[in-house]
Structure formats: C-alpha cells, structure tokens
Design a protein around this ligand. Structure first.
Ligand code: HEM
Ligand code: HEM
Ligand SMILES: [Fe+2]
Length: 483
C-alpha cells in the first residue's frame, strides 16, 4: 500500500493514485479510532484513567468522529478508484481533486489536534466555530464544516463532469444521484438552534439518512462494481439488483427515521410511521446478502460447467471482506437494528448498551468491511495483479477483527440486557436505577469482555495494516516469477 502510489500501473491515472492516497489516510484514522475506543473502554473499568487529561467524553468523541471521517475518506477513495474504470475516461479537473485532498487532510489534522489538546470551551459561539459543535458523530467546528463543503463540491464536480462526458453505466447513474443526496444531507447538520429537540430533529437527517439510506445505497453500488470486477458477474444482472435495492432501501429507510423520533418531542404519529417503515428496513439487507451469494454461486457454476475448476475469484481478500459485508450488514443493521426498533421494545432498550452493541455491529458489518475490501481492490489495481490470493496475515486480520467486533457486540448486548431488566423494568428508569444497574456483575463483566475483545480487534488491525503494506509487493513478485 505504501509504495502503491509510485508503481507504474497508475502512472497516467491520477484518479486512482488519488484513491490510494485517500485509502491511506483512512486506514490511519481507523487506527486512531480503535485506540480511542480502547481508552474509552478502559475508562468504563477504571473511571479515573486519564481523568482531566483525556476524559471519557473526549475519547468517545474522537472515537466516533474518526469513525465517520475514515469511512468518508475510504468512500471518496473508492469513488476515485472506480470512476475512470466505469466512465472509461480520465477524471475531470483531477488537479483540483488532488488539491482538495491536501486541504481536507490538513483541516482534519488541525481539527483532531484541537479535539485532543483543547478539548472543550465555554458555551459560546466561539467554541462552535473553533473547537467543536457538540453534535455526536459530526462535531467538526463550523470553520471546518464550511471547508468540508467546499472540498466535497470539488469532489462532486470531479464525479459529475466525468460522468456527463463518459460512459454512463447504471452503477454510475446511481452513484452520481446518491452522492448528491449524501453530500446535501451534511448541510442539515450544520445549522444550530437553541432548541435541543429541533437540533436533534435535523441531526438525525444526517445520521439516519446517511447510514440507513444514502450510505447503504453507496454500499450497493460498491458491491455491484466489485462483483463485476472480482468474479466477473454480469453487469445487466448486477445492475438490475442494484435498482431493486435502491428502491427498497429508500422506500424503507427514509421514513424509518421515525424510530429516532420516539423520544425527542416530535408528534406521536412518528411512533407508527417509525415502527412500520424501520421494521421493513431489514428486507433490502437480506436481498443484498442473497444477491452476493447468488452471483458468486452462479459465476462459479458457469465456470464449472465449462470444465474450469479454479475459483472465479481474482482477489481473495477483497471478496472475503465483501461477503462479510453482505452478512454483517444484515446481522448488525438488520437483526440488531430490528431488535429495538419497535416503540414497545425501544421504551426499554433506548440508550442502553444494547444501542452501542447495534452501533458497533452495524457500522462494522455494513461499512468497515466493504471499505476494507475496496482497499484490497485498490492494491490489486495499483500493483497490476491478475489474481491476488489472501495471505496468512490477511486471514488473521479478517478472523481477529471479525471475532473481536462480534465479541464486543455480544458483551455489550449482555450488558444492555441487564440494564433493560434491572434499570428499566425493575427499578423504573430513574437516576438511581441507572447507577444501580451499572454495579451489577453482568454489566461489569460485559464491560470487561468488551475491553478484551477490543484488544483482539486491535491486534487484528495490526495484521491488517501489515498485510495492506506487504501484499501488493509479494503478489507482484509471485506473478513475475510465474511469467
Ligand atoms: C448500516 C446501517 C446502520 C447503522 C450504521 C446504524 C447505526 C446506529 C447507531 C450508531 C445508533 C446509535 C445512535 C446514537 O448515537 O444515538 C443507532 C440507533 C438505532 N438504530 Fe441503527 N444503524 C443502522 C441500521 C439500522 C436498522 C436497519 C434499524 C432497524 C431495523 C436500526 C434501528 C436503530 C434504532 C431503533 C436505534 C435507536 C436506539 C435507541 O433508541 O437507543 N438501525 N443505529
Ligand atoms: C478496539 C475496538 C473498540 C473499542 C474498545 C470500542 C469502544 C467503544 C466505547 C467505549 C464506546 C462508548 C460507548 C458508550 O458511550 O457507552 C464506543 C462507541 C462507539 N463505537 Fe466503538 N470501539 C471499538 C471499535 C469500534 C469499531 C470497529 C466501530 C465501527 C466500525 C465502532 C463504532 C462505535 C460506535 C458507532 C459507537 C457509538 C455507539 C452508541 O452511541 O450507541 N467502534 N466504542
Ligand atoms: Fe436509524
């Protein structure tokens, strides 16, 4: 991965070089995210850990913002990677795109340094402009917000004009339309009101309509592109699936937002709307899972019928991460989401560790997986490798990361279950109930296992970085030796 930018394969292809630059920053921020998570997890066990130096609120904030930003980086990288391929032309205004990358990365660096060293400020306008906005997941201070909008406009211009002038595939049509919605939604999280209900009302437009609508559609387009490239799936079939998925995702995900409006002072009709539409959300996720397995089975079957025994997969690691995505999306978002999405259930589970279990499994299953898969595709392209097999380190990374995150999810689910029973059902959800529930063994052990599984995840991450750095060079040598 490190040398991938310099390799000859991408010599004339600035768009793909830029993609690799985005991927690298993404992986660094992913590491930062995990470290912050570990600090926060330790603080659950030893509350005095780093007290007043690096408080839980700050560790948690950086954990969440690094999560969002690394994913956005990897998403932008993926787009720059597939753009010249799909449109069959060079990316328009790529020079501006590269400038945008440096501006964004410089801004992200400054923002993170402020989060870490300044941390908090007075409750004034100045803090919102210079430190952070205090809005979970998207805390960038106002100046950076505006900078992000400018850089994203340049990025969008790159994509839009390349699309207009180039080949217009179904995948790219969905991508271009969806990106407009995705970027536009960011604006709804930028203005500030003194009324916390109103503030939350709009904030969910970004968070929910990102992860349960536009980001899911984005993943649909990535999976479609990846299946064509990795197993040679037929474009007509993949695109037909994609259109159906888009319809179902938007059909359920947009009004599904009502499941966040149970508690914030919005009118009561949101209970029914939220319950109904969010309960439908797992349906497209099942469809996406079936789709990946169906195409894979079909292509392998055709190869077999033609007397070829070899696998149709030309990038083992990427394919494994994408299959993990298809399943993890359904499990973390679909199943764990469905658990608490009806108001009758949510009245007990709201804001317990159960929510955190779902948050981890969903973000990991639906997004981390496929974005890592795209990094492997990037490396395959950068080193010009025809068939890239998964290595030992790569398999260790997959196993440890998946096992670690699943373990964290289970530990948090058990802790959440205990909170539901004791804090909510038995003690009536008051202030004392909250603390009483946190002192019981099921909760404490849940927090311990979360920390242990967090370490397992982190070890897996080290394997992942090691593999991303080395796999390209190794595969290139092997390919040269064969030839
Ligand atoms: C990939 C898609 C998804 C991601 C990344 C995701 C992530 C999250 C996260 C991080 C939260 C916590 C938000 C907070 O800070 O308060 C949350 C809350 C929630 N999610 Fe999801 N989610 C996804 C899909 C779904 C689906 C499909 C459903 C329902 C079928 C669902 C149901 C819920 C509910 C009901 C809550 C509120 C929990 C509470 O009341 O505390 N989610 N989600
Ligand atoms: C080293 C591994 C990790 C550790 C130790 C860890 C730890 C934590 C901790 C302590 C919190 C705060 C929970 C709270 O406020 O009660 C948190 C929140 C969160 N983490 Fe992680 N985390 C890790 C990895 C990840 C990964 C891989 C993802 C997703 C890809 C992720 C996504 C989230 C999300 C979405 C939340 C907010 C959940 C909510 O508010 O409901 N974390 N994490
Ligand atoms: Fe939601």
């Amino acid at each position: 991965m490190l040398t991938s930018i310099k390799t000859n394969e991408f010599a004339g292809d600035k768009s793909r070089k830029l993609a690799m630059m985005y991927f690298r920053v993404a992986i660094i921020l992913f590491g930062a995210q995990l470290l912050m998570g570990l600090i926060a997890a330790i603080q659950f066990l030893v509350p005095g850990f780093l007290f007043e130096l690096f408080d839980f609120s700050v560790a948690r904030m950086v954990h969440l913002n690094a999560l969002i930003v690394w994913m956005l980086y990897a998403m932008i990288g993926s787009v720059y990677y597939m753009l010249p391929d799909e449109t069959e032309r060079e990316t328009s205004f790529i020079g501006l795109g590269i400038l945008g990358f440096w501006v964004l990365t410089a801004a992200v660096t400054v923002v993170v340094l402020v989060y870490i060293f300044v941390q908090v400020g007075a409750g004034t306008e100045a803090s919102i402009w210079l430190i952070h906005e205090g809005r979970e997941y998207i805390e960038a201070p106002r100046w950076a917000d505006i900078g992000i909008v400018v850089v994203v406009l340049v990025f969008y211009a790159n994509v839009f004009f390349t699309y207009l002038k180039g080949r217009q595939t179904g995948i790219m049509t969905v991508m271009v339309a969806n990106l407009l919605a995705l970027a536009g939604l960011y604006l709804t999280g930028m203005f500030f009101t003194d009324n916390i209900s109103m503030d939350q009302f709009w904030w969910w437009w970004v968070i929910h309509l990102w992860v349960e609508a536009t980001w899911e559609v984005f993943v649909g387009t990535l999976a479609a592109y990846a299946l064509i490239k990795i197993i040679g799936a037929k474009r007509e079939i993949v695109e037909m699936w994609l259109w159906i998925e888009v319809l179902m995702l938007f059909g359920s995900g947009v009004l599904g937002m009502g499941h966040h409006y149970f508690w914030i002072g919005t009118p009561e009709y949101w209970w029914e709307i939220g319950a109904l539409f969010s309960a439908l959300e797992p349906v497209p996720l099942v469809a996406m899972f079936v789709h990946v397995l169906y195409d894979w089975g079909k292509e392998q079957g055709i190869a077999k019928a033609e007397g070829k025994d070899a696998t149709v997969i030309n990038n083992g690691s990427a394919m494994a991460w994408i299959v993990m995505n298809a399943f993890g999306n359904f499990l973390g978002a679909g199943i764990w989401g469905f658990f608490h999405t009806l108001p009758q259930v949510n009245i007990y589970t709201h804001g317990t560790q159960f929510t955190a279990a779902h948050g981890h499994l969903a973000f990991f299953g639906a997004y981390a997986t496929i974005l890592i898969g795209m990094m492997y595709m990037g490396i395959q392209g950068a080193y010009g490798i025809k068939r890239m097999k998964a290595t030992f380190n790569g398999k260790m990374a997959m196993f440890l990361i998946a096992f670690g995150v699943m373990g964290m999810g289970i530990a948090l689910t058990i802790a959440g279950y205990e909170q539901v029973l004791v804090e909510r059902a038995e003690l009536g959800a008051g202030w004392n109930a909250f603390f009483a529930a946190q002192e019981l063994p099921w909760f404490i052990q849940g927090m311990m296992w979360r920390a242990i599984m967090g370490v397992v995840t982190f070890v897996g991450f080290i394997y992942l970085v090691w593999d991303l750095i080395t796999i390209g060079g190794k595969a290139q040598k092997a390919q040269a030796a064969e030839a």
